[in-house]
Design a protein around this ligand. Structure first.
Ligand SMILES: Cc1cc2nc3c(=O)[nH]c(=O)nc-3n(C[C@H](O)[C@H](O)[C@H](O)COP(=O)(O)O)c2cc1C
Length: 126
């Protein structure tokens, strides 16, 4: 059984690169353990995140996300069973402005000036 959940939220404080990298590397360790894959889009202090994995892992991460004070106004965009993963290769792919290119983060996909790329489209697709 595979479940996918997509939500949007607002960053409580503007996240600097260091905080973002910390968050991303912690996410990746924990997601691997929980068999979760997904994608995080961060533009204009708005997050859109897609998480996919076993329903119990998704529920547990969702409860953690709801408690996390680094973001607020969480808006559930979709949640339900999925037949296959959209981000099979990434415990948490990350898209943001090309500014982050210089850090050579694995699984980073720069967005165009409109804040979009293929991964971001796949992330927020219904
Ligand atoms: C925008 C955003 C995305 C996050 N994504 C994940 C994630 O994919 N995996 C994860 O383990 N934690 C993620 N976190 C962190 C969790 O909210 C939480 O702090 C972490 O899982 C530890 O949870 P716990 O304190 O309930 O054990 C994210 C936090 C934010 C603000």
């Amino acid at each position: 059984m595979l479940e996918r959940l997509v939500y949007r939220s607002k960053a409580t404080h503007k996240l600097g690169s260091l905080h973002l990298f910390n968050l991303l590397s912690l996410c990746r360790v924990k997601n691997k353990r929980m068999d979760i894959t997904g994608h995080l889009l961060y533009t204009e202090e708005i997050f859109v995140q897609c998480i996919e994995g076993p329903p119990a892992s998704i529920e547990s991460l969702w409860q953690s996300l709801l408690r996390d004070e680094r973001h607020h106004d969480l808006e559930l965009l979709s949640r339900g069973p999925a037949s296959q993963r959209r981000f099979n290769d990434w415990s948490m792919a990350f898209s943001s402005y090309s500014y982050f290119n210089k850090y050579n983060i694995s699984g980073f996909f720069p967005v165009d000036p409109d804040g979009m790329n293929d991964a971001a489209k796949r992330c927020s697709a219904a």
